[in-house]
Design a binder for this molecule. Sequence first.
Ligand SMILES: *[C@@H]1O[C@H](CO)[C@@H](O)[C@H](O)[C@H]1NC(C)=O
Length: 461
Amino acid sequence: MVRYRRFIVDGLLKRGARRLSYDWSSLPPPEIPQRRVVVTGLGLVTPLGAGVQVSWDRLIALKTGVQALSAESLRLKDPGLLQQLPSRVAALVPRGSAAGDFDVEKWLNSTSPAFIAYAQCAAEEALTDANWHPQDAADLERTGVAIGGGIGSINDILEAAHLINKKELRRLTPFFVPRILINMAAGHVSIRHGFKGPNHAVVTACASGAHSLGDAARMVKFGDADVMVAGGTESSIDPLSMAGFCRARALSTKFNDNPTHSSRPFDQARDGFVMGEGAGVVVLEEYQHALNRGAKIYAEIRGYGMSGDAHHITQPSQEGRGAYLAMSRALQQAGLQPTDVDYINAHATSTPLGDVVEARAIRDVFKDHAHSGRLALSSTKGATGHLLGAAGAVEAIFCVLALHHGISPPTLNLEQPDPIFDGHFCPLKASKSMNIRAVLTNSFGFGGTNAALVFTAPPVS
Ligand SMILES: *[C@@H]1O[C@H](CO)[C@@H](O)[C@H](O)[C@H]1NC(C)=O
């Protein structure tokens, strides 16, 4: 049957070959607009708090979002199960009704599990910040959403598995599928606000957040939309995800009795990453569109570099070629020299291998500038843990805030820098009153996928 069909197709192609070819030279070339894209709104839900201001203030004040993991926070009926997890620390979003807490009553419900709810909350903050609440059909159709994630709602899958074991499949919620799909975060945001532009969701593990911003910026550049609500979201602090990352030997296990010290990027004693959760969402906008409506402009998104390691399922390649390519491509696209960059937010997750490889790649790209004392480098994961699919977006926002405030955020717990880093370019505390003109942020994911973003101070109009 298959062979028969192939025969027919081949035959058609042969006979129709002349008709299939066409002289396109008589037509104008496809139009590829090159528009500038700026950031006009920010929204955050992080382990440091729900909101941009509270997350940033606590980050600069050397606070941490990392805590001991309890059986209760994992919703384990049998507390003994907790002891089966070698890693018992996590960076949880503070939930409650105090200022800076995530309001569960307002955002969680039968159709919105945590990863969707975090994205909704961060998107709302970003849109309010950007003062973008269009009512016109044309504006709504020119506004899109691109929110990615790493895993989706594993907890729902876990609970559904209990129903299988108990032979109670009829009790499965009709919202099971729309609760677990990663693109439902972007779907919900578009439904809530009526945005009919592109609706997209990147899934590139821990690079999802960075790829989302990069892809969304391209959509604006290319003319698919004038405004994009872009970001990443994650809520995978559940027993199954914890067990999975433990089995992959990715998580910190030596600091269960001293949780606040467990996430320590670039430090000699680092022993794995700490699971985090949350969301970061920005409003990206075509430059002239932002000027015309008098929007506040935080930064220009200027460079987006991507690469693949083509090396290993979970480990980075030793010499850091993938990271090198992502960074140099982002700089090239931005039209910048390495010496133009004043701050790097490293991907560094606090794993023994990953941090070394990234530091090496940074040295290869930035050469002497990396040791000049003029390039500030930090990993904010010391305070937030690793937010997986949200990390790239959250860290892009920290970069934009670094640019905006002239402050480079600290690397928490970096007490004894690994000698390979020379101790030159890792601030232990926030450096204030810096002149920050350009920033770069890295994100790398399982599968060997890499993304780097470059932001610069707003264009002078
Ligand atoms: C659930 O909450 C989301 C916000 O996270 C909201 O957009 C949605 O309308 C709510 N759905 C229901 C059924 O209440």
